[in-house]
Design a binder for this molecule. Structure first.
Ligand code: IDP
Ligand code: MG
Length: 170
């Protein structure tokens, strides 16, 4: 038993199909706590960094287009990103998410219930779910800044940034 945290993304197909509520309800069965949450328009750099370990796969190009969501048009070209934390969070959440291939996933899992494989071969599997603690740490640090998470889960350092342009409420 270990306290873990992980990154969950509701991918653009989940948003377009209005599945956000259903997905969060299913995930809540694991009784984990949300410690970070936001909407993100995914840049190509972020998409490629997130899936860098798959860059040599034949489906990589389609996967990057999918996670960026531009094919779905506005306002669906975004994802919802969450950090969940709790006991054995990764295995519990992966079980609820289901297997990668939506056709092989348990039909009661999120991917089994809501996912599909497109005629172009893209696995539209509705959610991303980190698969081990080191992947989770890499992904959380890629998607979230320390101040966007309500708990100090990893060490931080203080730096002074001078002359940085930043938008504030007018
Ligand atoms: P995971 O999301 O279950 O951890 P990974 O192997 O890390 O699975 O793959 C990342 C994503 O890449 C998957 O969620 C899916 O969208 C896509 N993907 C994985 N394998 C295939 C494939 O064989 N064909 C098409 N897309 C795939
Ligand atoms: Mg993975």
């Amino acid at each position: 038993m270990a306290i873990e945290q992980l990154l969950i993304l509701i991918k653009p197909d989940g948003i377009k199909k209005s599945l956000t509520g259903n997905i969060l309800t299913k995930l809540s069965e694991a009784r984990m706590v949300i410690i970070g949450a936001k909407a993100v328009r995914v840049s190509r750099d972020l998409a490629e960094a997130h899936y860098y370990h798959l860059k040599d796969k034949p489906f990589f190009g389609g996967l990057i287009d999918y996670i960026q969501g531009e094919v779905y048009g506005k306002p669906w070209d975004r994802v919802l990103a969450f950090v969940y934390r709790g006991e054995d969070a990764i295995s519990k959440m992966r079980k609820i998410a289901g297997e990668t291939n939506p056709e092989e996933a348990d039909p009661v899992s999120i991917r089994g219930a809501y996912g599909r494989i497109t005629t172009k071969g893209v696995y539209e599997n509705v959610v991303h779910c980190s698969s081990d603690p080191s992947e989770a740490e890499r992904e959380i640090k890629l998607w979230f800044k320390p101040e966007e998470i309500v708990k100090r889960i990893y060490p931080v350092k203080k730096i002074i940034i001078e002359k940085e342009e930043k938008a504030v409420w007018a």
